[in-house]
Write a protein that binds this ligand. Structure first.
Ligand code: PGA
Length: 252
């Protein structure tokens, strides 16, 4: 039985002051989530990691939104995995469509980051998903398949199930135009099939696949009751602490 996973993604939002206020209010949520066999957390901007982690400790998962695959060096503006580990951060989003779109990140590059995170016993949340154009051309599956195959290159069977996959159709992110639960389930089940082909059913039954894209308190349940959707990656609705809390309560 796969545990449900509910992850917020703040993107480039919240000053440290705002982040601390949110964390203080959200602190008790983790216990409630765990009591219902749900893992819950938020991925936050780098500067917010230390203060938020200090408040939340292990009550909620605190993750980063990106990292560099190298340990250190002359890469101005980058943050390394040892820097995250030093803050006891062990989760990190990789390959969000905004990073692919605005910072030219490729699946090959994401693969390096995934391998580096796994080597450091951390949990990558690997995002995939197609543009509106690809969707309208009916090429979603072949596009996503390529992202998955490249992202998992050289990932061992032992490590593969430690990766969390997030399927986020770009046309549904921040647009309020969420994919129907049928579309989301169809692609998530297709992704599980690729993992099965690559690693066998033991791994494909274990790996967690999230849906993301305009998930709100009022629609979260319809996604999470699908067979192959194990949770949600939530942007906008994770910014307000009351709506973040409702994501959980509406699921119970
Ligand atoms: P959204 O963002 O919930 O605001 O659509 C989701 C994401 O980008 O992870």
């Amino acid at each position: 039985m796969r545990r449900k996973l509910l992850l917020g993604n703040w993107k480039m939002n919240k000053t440290v002051t705002e982040a601390k206020a949110f964390a203080t209010e959200a602190k008790t949520l983790g216990r409630e989530a765990r009591a219902n066999k749900i893992d819950m957390g938020i991925c936050v901007p780098y500067v917010d990691l230390a203060p938020v982690k200090k408040i939340l400790k292990n009550s909620l998962i605190v993750g980063a939104e990106n990292c560099n695959e190298l340990d250190h060096g002359a890469y101005t503006g980058e943050i390394s995995i040892p820097m995250l580990k030093d803050l006891n951060i062990s989760w990190c989003i990789i390959g969000h469509s905004e990073r692919r779109m605005y910072y030219a990140e490729t699946s090959e590059h994401c693969n390096k980051k995934i391998l580096a995170l796994l080597e450091n016993k951390m949990t990558p949340v690997y995002c995939c998903g197609e543009s509106l154009e690809t969707y309208e051309e009916g090429k979603t599956k072949e596009f996503v398949e390529e992202q998955i195959r490249v992202g998992f290159k050289n990932v061992s069977a032992e490590d593969a199930s430690k990766v969390v996959i997030a399927y986020e159709p770009i046309w549904s992110i921040g647009t309020g135009k969420n994919a129907s639960k049928e579309i989301a389930e169809d692609v998530c089940s297709f992704i599980r099939g690729i993992i099965k082909e690559l690693y066998g059913s033991k791994v494909s039954n274990k790996i967690r696949i999230l849906y993301g894209g305009s998930v709100k308190p009022n629609n979260i349940k319809e996604y999470l009751t699908q067979d192959d959707i194990d949770g949600a990656l939530v942007g906008g609705a994770s910014l307000d602490v009351n709506s973040y809390k409702e994501l959980l309560t509406n699921l119970l």
